[in-house]
Design a protein around this ligand. Structure first.
Ligand code: XBP
Ligand code: MG
Length: 260
């Protein structure tokens, strides 16, 4: 049996509720700045989350915008400009501490550091967004917490393609079964599974009821042990998810994959 050596952290939805209160807000500020009447309310943005990548999301939404440029080249150029501006608004927002880590994330990261469990970030968001968030939430020296930072720019195919996970495994020189991916969305979980990484699914606001395939365990967040399926060994205990719970679920994963 392979021991758990590393956590692979998704960002949006998993580390923080960045989509509804961060990216969406920054997109809307950008539309206003560019004199566009487009606005994404919470419901529409939820629909758009099936498209990974902010620029790709813009391109997708332009299909239903009669005032979007007709020529593909112009449309792509506008999407690039809007996306750049959105990321600047987003960085400003998170740099000012506008979005906090989800409850339970920080203590688990600290425990991993204390016990030599390695960590990396595996995300389809832009690198500048990750840096702004982690700098604001973990402070100077945050880079030392993570071995690899695999971001949207580092891959040709974003999640649900496995590329980002495969890249992280390569950089860390790890077998997928030595890792545990923490994800919040069906697409993120699919990406990790396609790279053969066991997945722990910590539900976020936008994916609270989404059907998810192949996770070792699914729960409402790292802040509590209640509501997790399957229950941890420490079930009944109050308090947050700890490294011992992750090890428990990770071992189950081995059993499940050994006897499918
Ligand atoms: C989430 C995404 C990203 C963000 C926006 O990625 O799909 O596109 O919504 O970020 P993950 P960008 O859950 O893997 O962190 O605008 O930088 O793409
Ligand atoms: Mg996510």
């Amino acid at each position: 049996m392979r021991p758990l050596r590393a956590l692979l952290w998704d960002v949006d939805g998993t580390l923080a509720e960045t989509e509804r209160d961060g990216h969406r807000v920054a997109f809307n500020k950008t539309f206003e700045l560019f004199g566009l009447s487009w606005r994404w309310d919470e419901t529409r943005y939820g629909e758009l989350l099936t498209v990974t990548g902010g620029r790709e999301r813009l391109m997708h939404d332009m299909h239903v915008r009669p005032d979007a440029p007709c020529l593909m080249g112009e449309r792509e150029a506008l999407a690039r400009e809007l996306h750049r501006s959105k990321n600047a608004f987003y960085a400003e927002l998170v740099s000012q501490g506008g979005i906090s880590l989800r409850a339970g994330v920080l203590p688990l990261m600290q425990e991993c550091r204390e016990h030599g469990v390695r960590m990396s970030v595996v995300t389809t968001t832009s690198r500048s967004n990750v840096e702004a968030l982690l700098q604001a939430q973990l402070g100077p020296g945050w880079q030392d917490w993570f071995e690899a930072l695999v971001c949207g720019e580092d891959v040709d195919r974003k999640k649900p393609a496995p590329e980002a996970y495969l890249r992280a495994l390569e950089l860390m020189e790890l077998h997928p079964l030595e890792t545990l991916a923490l994800e919040d969305s069906p697409g993120g979980a699919a990406a990790a599974r396609a790279a053969h990484c066991p997945v722990l699914l910590t539900r976020s606001a936008y994916f609270a009821n989404a059907a998810v395939d192949g996770a070792m365990a699914i729960g409402p967040g790292l802040h509590t042990l209640s509501g997790w399926h399957p229950a941890s060994e420490a079930a009944g205990a109050h308090g947050p998810v700890r490294l011992s719970d992750l090890r428990h679920w990770h071992r189950l994963g081995e059993v499940v994959s050994a006897f499918p």
